[in-house]
Write a protein that binds this ligand. Structure first.
Ligand code: FES
Length: 155
C-alpha cells in the first residue's frame, strides 16, 4: 500500500495542473480507493504533492460527501438551519455531541460515528431534522439521541 500511494503522490506532484481543485479531488479519491479513507496524515501528503495548503485539502474532504476522513460506520448530519434551530435543533445537536464525545463535529470518541453539521437539510417542514446514514430523521428530540446512538453503535 505504501508503494502504491507513493507512486500516486509522485505522479500528481509531477502534473502541471496539480493545484487545480478538480485534480486535488482526483488524487484524494485515488488515495481513498487504496486506503478506504483519507486520514489527516495522507491529507498532508496530498497537499504537499499538489502544492496547495493543507486547509484546502481538509476543506475538500469535508465538502465532498464521497470522501471520508476515517473508517467510521455511520454518519449523522445535524441541521443547524434556522427552522431546525428554532424548533430545538441545537439541543438535539448538543445531545449528540455529549453522547458521541465530540466537541463540535467530527469522529465520535470510539471512531464509529462521524458527526457533521449542515445549514438546512431541505426538509424544514419536519424540523428539527437529522440525516442518519443518508436518511432523514424528522421531528427529533434530545431524548431520542441516546437510543439512536446505542442502535448505531451496535450495528
Ligand atoms: S432548517 Fe433544518 S431542514 Fe431546513
Amino acid at each position: 500500500m505504501e508503494q502504491e500511494l507513493r507512486e500516486r503522490f509522485d505522479f500528481y506532484a509531477g502534473r502541471r495542473d496539480r493545484s487545480e481543485q478538480a485534480v486535488v479531488v482526483e488524487l484524494l479519491r485515488e488515495v481513498q480507493e487504496v486506503c478506504g479513507c483519507v486520514p489527516a496524515e495522507l491529507q498532508r501528503e496530498a497537499a504537499r504533492a499538489c502544492g496547495v495548503p493543507e486547509s484546502l485539502v481538509a476543506a475538500l474532504v469535508r465538502r465532498y460527501p464521497s470522501l471520508r476522513e476515517a473508517r467510521y460506520r455511520h454518519e449523522i448530519t445535524a441541521c443547524t438551519g434556522e427552522r431546525c434551530r428554532g424548533k430545538g435543533g441545537f439541543a438535539v445537536l448538543e445531545a449528540l455531541r455529549r453522547e458521541l464525545g465530540v466537541a463540535a463535529q467530527g469522529l465520535s470518541a470510539d471512531g464509529s460515528v462521524l458527526l457533521r453539521t449542515q445549514n438546512c437539510l431541505r426538509h424544514c417542514g419536519t424540523a428539527p431534522n437529522l440525516l442518519v446514514d443518508g436518511e432523514i430523521l424528522p421531528h427529533v428530540t434530545p431524548e431520542q439521541i441516546p437510543a439512536l446512538v446505542r442502535k448505531l453503535r451496535s450495528s
